[in-house]
Ligand binder design. Structure first.
Ligand code: SF4
Length: 436
């Protein structure tokens, strides 16, 4: 039997409505959270990932450490400043774990000490920024999917496992202005490897990574009315060739289609090619219907971090500020590559679950160079940071702006007090202890 609260217990609760949730890239802003003395007692609607975010163990002032030993924050700020002043090429990354205001401050610090900034997710490959510069990209907000999409194609993604309320709130079950029947008004297609989401779709096109580029060329040739080389195409696509032709007919007769893409579509090893090809297919489809591309990005604020870096440096994703001006070289300046090749001599990072998935070479470098880690959760990694700075948790005890996966900025709120600095304050304190 679940524990039920007594009336007296319920009356002591502090109820917060319409709370934005940094638990994933959906940034749902409709949670009701009940607090009791700052402790989260309940979260509605219940989402396992939201619960994990808000109820994950917190850090405290005692977690402020130098080389694993407890210190006060003043000593930690001073040591962080010394590390950055001494380093020739300090790296700033993990920025998507904090608010856009803190990212702006981190860029001030990187600019002061001549650092390299990478705002991209260290393990989720997202070539949107450069694709917008090359082919362009028709995108849409999550609200447009909810209100308009009568056909949704989930390609290389599994939101029912990674973004738990996406299906119900936006892409499948939600009722919208032009899809009042919700799920019954939508045609859902899964493409790629079978998973929870594709199992729940109306149809599924199995496709492995070796077939992906041929499949995209096939769709483009169908849209252009060009026959292409049937024999070569069918040799690669086999049964999928006919299924993709049927998909194309369905897309033509839809009113508004959306491709929802995940990691298995974006494939780092394929570079920008898959996304650029899909963009080339979607744009001319507007001569007969409407359609868009939506990327299922991780949370909480990787889109916002990229936007702040772009607005400050002029470049999407990141830039080197080592020469006093922003320099762009995304193929060589990614955090994982710089670490794996030992091309940086210090690092400032916001901790996140992706730390466990960094390549071994990158983690080994983190263990060898001076590191300043800011975190609102206890650090679970195989290196001991030179400086660990405990900070407030965005959306729980720290407020600011975070951007949803569709680039929609939303205010996150402070619901409770924690006797810790906000990330922005911590970076400002380090900045004040450095000289140009
Ligand atoms: S789907 Fe994501 S943003 Fe929405 S409540 Fe769950 S964890 Fe939070």
């Amino acid at each position: 039997m679940p524990n039920r609260m007594t009336e007296a217990e319920t009356s002591q609760l502090e109820i917060h409505d319409d709370v934005p949730c940094p638990g994933c890239g959906c940034l749902c802003d409709d949670l009701t959270i009940a607090l009791d003395g700052g402790q989260v007692k309940s979260i509605e609607p219940a989402c396992a990932m939201a619960t994990a975010y808000f109820r994950h163990p917190h850090v405290s002032a005692d977690d402020c450490r130098l080389d694993g030993n407890t210190v006060n924050t003043e000593d930690a700020y001073q040591r962080a400043a010394e590390i950055l002043q001494t380093a020739k090429a300090p790296l700033f990354f993990g920025l998507g774990e904090t608010t856009s205001e803190a990212v702006r401050k981190a860029i001030d610090l990187a600019d002061r000490v001549g650092g390299i900034v990478d705002a991209t997710h260290p393990t989720f490959y997202d070539p949107t920024g450069r694709t917008i510069q090359t082919t362009g990209l028709v995108t849409c907000s999550l609200g447009e999917i909810r209100q308009r999409a009568d056909m949704v194609i989930f390609w290389g993604c599994d939101p029912l496992s990674t973004h738990l309320r996406h299906w119900q709130r936006y892409s499948a079950e939600a009722t919208g202005r032009f899809v009042p029947g919700g799920r019954s008004d939508r045609t859902l297609v899964g493409i790629g490897s079978s998973n929870k989401t594709t199992d729940a779709c109306d149809s599924f096109i199995p496709l492995d990574s070796a077939q992906q580029i041929a499949a995209l060329h096939h769709l483009i040739s169908l849209a252009q009315g060009k026959p292409g080389n049937h024999a070569a195409r069918n040799a690669v696509l086999r049964d999928a060739s006919e299924s993709l032709a049927e998909l194309y007919e369905q897309l033509c007769s839809s009113k508004y289609f959306v491709f929802v893409l995940g990691e298995a579509f974006l494939r780092r090893e394929a570079g920008r090619v898959p996304l650029e090809l899909l963009a080339q297919f979607v744009r001319p489809m507007h001569e007969q219907t409407r359609g868009a591309i939506s990327i299922l990005r991780p949370g909480p604020n990787w889109v916002g971090a990229g936007g702040v870096v772009a607005s400050r440096t002029g470049y999407p994703g990141g830039a080197a500020l080592t020469q006093g001006i922003p320099q762009f070289d995304p193929d060589n300046l990614s955090a994982t590559k710089l670490l794996a090749q030992s091309r940086v001599d210090a690092a400032v990072l916001w901790e996140g679950p992706w730390l466990a998935d960094l390549p071994d070479e990158a983690r080994q470098t983190l263990a060898q160079i001076p590191t300043v880690v800011l975190g609102h959760r206890p650090l679970s990694s195989d290196f001991t940071p030179s400086v660990f700075l405990p900070i407030k948790r965005p959306g729980y005890s720290d407020e600011g702006t975070m951007s949803r996966m569709d680039d929609m900025p939303l205010p996150v709120r402070a619901l409770a007090q924690e006797n810790l600095p906000a990330a922005e304050e911590a970076v400002q304190a380090i900045l004040e202890r450095t000289t140009a």
